[in-house]
Design a protein around this ligand. Sequence first.
Ligand code: NAI
Length: 475
Amino acid sequence: MSKQFDVIVIGGGPGGYIAAIRAAQLGKNVACVDEWKNAKGGPAPGGTCTNVGCIPSKALLQSSEHFEQASHHFADHGIAVKGLSMDAAKMVARKDAVVKQNNDGILYLFKKNKVSFFHGRASFAKAVDGGYEIKVAGTAEETLVGQQIIVATGSNARALPGAAFDESMVLSNEGALALTEVPKKLGLIGSGVIGLEMGSVWRRLGSEVTILEGLPDFLGAVDQQIAKEAHKAFVKQGLKIELGVKVGDIKVGKKGVSVAWTNAKGEAQTLDVDKLIVSIGRVPNTIGLNAEAVGLQLDERGAIVVDGDCKTNLPGVWAVGDVVRGPMLAHKAEEEGVAVAERIAGQHGHVDFNTIPWVIYTSPEIAWVGRTEQQLKKDGVAYKAGTFPFLANGRARALGDTTGMVKMLADATSDEILGVHIVGPMASELIAECVLAMAFRASSEDIARVCHAHPTLSESTKEAALAVDKRTLNF
Ligand code: NAI
């Protein structure tokens, strides 16, 4: 006998589990199927974000930053540390405990919201009267029928041809987060978000880190003034970043990996490392979904084709998150999940793609929302720019972290904020005010007129807004 649901969500990552909870809040009878297993074979919902992405990387970034502070910066505060050491295995065990708290938290939320959870792999069996039959294979062997299906199966790391991930020598994000010893020499291919975050973790713990990036510009999608400032800081910290490279043959041995590459001048080079992390983007995951059984349309990249409302080509089938177009960000997936659940319930769910923030959790952090200066130039938009350096912010001085700036871009005529770009301490938190301002279509003058607590880093946002009008008070 099959079990009947109003909504079946395939995938329990940020897109899927949030969609399931929202649909249940709106009175639907909901199932969520997720196959991720913890070390003991039990359920580990939360997807890439919780298990091998956002959450564990932030745990390791925090641990490694503490170590970096104790090693190099405590002395500035008059604190002397003797016999400092790092137990990488313990750091990784703490990270695993943080992940488990999040897995358990999601299982608790399912119970609280009466979402039925099934631990296994879901695939389409066939279309049936008024819905779809979904097979679950794994810990739970079930046949489910749902009137509405939300596919939220996420993405997988993209491998370099000729260098398959073995998670021992050639690592994806999964292996990079599970190293229990600090590699002496670490190579990374791709200086995107994962490359910079993982490169920072292991550099802080003592690895000699070299990043090989194919593009000639560092962080090409980021506002280039901000990217240049970040690049300067990373190089000063000791990250070796080679731009405009072409990666050739990769030889994987028992003790190390040898990467042949040519530099921007076309000169042949070799990089010998103990471990190699490949972080060159991710591909949508529809493996095992049996999309063809029901005729679910995929594009040439393997992403599920959806319209602006996350509707697929099949009636009653929706898709959200990394498996569809758009940025592969947990919070974008969550927004889509909520909007789809609300549309299923007859409401008018909406995602504003123009105000999705981006964050890179390095030190300094990089965060932005809206358009960059180079995009505005390309789009032919007349704009005003205001910047304010953290060097002139009292709180940043007290923290001992004055790298970077806040940069605000506003329409030259209407003064509407078009983009905000931050490199510096707590940029990830500071960006929230700017996202809110843009969601309300605020002008830079609006932010300039709002009282910001003193002394806080957020005063730099207010000062950047004042700088748009060329009237900073503290610089
Ligand atoms: P990415 O797209 O951020 O960066 C990939 C980099 O690799 C690019 O700079 C690209 O030019 C370079 N590249 C591609 N092919 C190359 C080649 N053959 N040789 C040399 N360089 C090459 O992708 P990444 O870092 O793998 O992250 C994957 C996804 O995960 C991204 O969409 C990212 O947004 C998401 N993510 C988000 C995080 C956050 O929000 N903080 C953290 C980690 C990942």
